[in-house]
Design a protein around this ligand. Structure first.
Ligand code: HEM
Length: 218
C-alpha cells in the first residue's frame, strides 16, 4: 500500500470541540478567581490609596474591611495562580495556545480594527479568533502573569527582595500591580460586552461549541 493510500485509509480521530472541557473549566474558574482578586484588591487598595482621589465604593469591593479583603485576596491567589499555570501548561503541551493565538498579521489587525470601529463585530466563524481578539487575549494572559509576579513582590518583599528590586522597589511593584488590574478590568469590560453582543460565542464557551474537522491519526 502506498503512503498516500495508507494515510487516506487511516482511522480518523473524532473532531474535538472548539473549547474542550478542560479549557471551559479553566476559563470559568479563572473568571471567578479574577472577580475575587479584583473585588478584594479594591478593598485592600482603599486602606492605603495610591491615587489621592480614588476610592472604590463599598458595594463593588469584596470584604467589609481591609483584613477581610486581604483574606479573600490570599484565598483567590492560589486559585488564580494554579488554574493559570494549568491553562498555560495545557495550552503549550497540546499546542492549542499557538494554534488559537498565532500568527497575528499586521494587515489583519488593521482590517479588524477598522471593521470594529465601523461596528462590524459579526463573528461568523467561531473556530478562528480575529487579529484583535488574538492580541487582546495575549495581552490579558501576560497581564495575568504580571499580576502573579508583582503580587509576589508585594506580598513577600523581604523573601523576594531580588524580584522587588528588579521591579524598581515596593512602591513601583505596587503601581505595576495596580496597572495590571486596570488592564484586566478594561479587557473584561470589552470582553463581556462582545460576548453578549455575539451570544453564540458565550454559548460555545459554555457548551464546547462546534466540532473541529477530524484529524487523521498518524
Ligand atoms: C466573567 C465574564 C467572562 C465572560 C462572559 C467571558 C466570555 C468568553 C467567551 C464567550 C470566550 C470565547 C470567545 C470566542 O470564542 O470568540 C472567551 C474566551 C477567552 N476568555 Fe473570557 N469571559 C469572561 C472572563 C474572562 C476573564 C476574567 C479572562 C481573563 C482575565 C478571560 C480570558 C479569556 C481568554 C484568554 C479567552 C480565550 C480562551 C482560549 O480560547 O483559550 N475571560 N471568554
Amino acid at each position: 500500500m502506498s503512503t498516500t493510500t495508507a494515510a487516506l485509509s487511516a482511522p480518523t480521530r473524532p473532531g474535538r470541540r472548539l473549547h474542550p472541557v478542560p479549557v471551559r473549566v479553566m476559563h470559568w474558574t479563572n473568571a471567578l478567581a479574577m472577580l475575587v482578586m479584583i473585588g478584594s484588591g479594591w478593598g485592600i487598595y482603599n486602606d492605603s490609596v495610591i491615587f489621592g482621589g480614588l476610592h472604590f465604593p463599598g458595594a463593588i469591593k469584596l470584604g467589609s474591611w481591609a483584613a477581610q479583603s486581604l483574606l479573600w485576596h490570599f484565598a483567590g491567589m492560589w486559585l488564580l495562580a494554579l488554574n493559570g499555570a494549568a491553562y498555560l501548561l495545557y495550552g503549550i503541551v497540546t499546542g492549542r495556545l499557538r494554534e488559537r493565538l498565532l500568527p497575528i498579521r499586521l494587515a489583519d489587525l488593521v482590517q479588524t480594527a477598522r471593521d470594529t470601529l465601523h461596528l462590524k463585530v459579526a463573528h461568523e466563524d467561531l473556530t478562528t479568533y480575529n487579529a484583535v481578539q488574538k492580541v487582546l487575549y495575549i495581552v490579558v494572559i501576560l497581564a495575568g502573569i504580571s499580576q502573579v509576579v508583582t503580587g509576589l513582590a508585594i506580598w513577600k518583599p523581604v523573601q523576594f527582595s531580588g524580584l522587588t528590586g528588579l521591579l524598581g522597589g515596593f512602591q513601583a511593584a505596587r503601581l505595576i500591580h495596580f496597572g495590571g488590574m486596570a488592564v484586566i478590568v478594561g479587557f473584561l469590560v470589552v470582553h463581556v460586552a462582545l460576548s453578549l453582543l455575539v451570544p453564540r460565542t458565550l454559548w460555545a464557551m459554555l457548551t464546547g461549541g462546534p466540532r473541529l474537522p477530524a484529524k487523521r491519526l498518524p
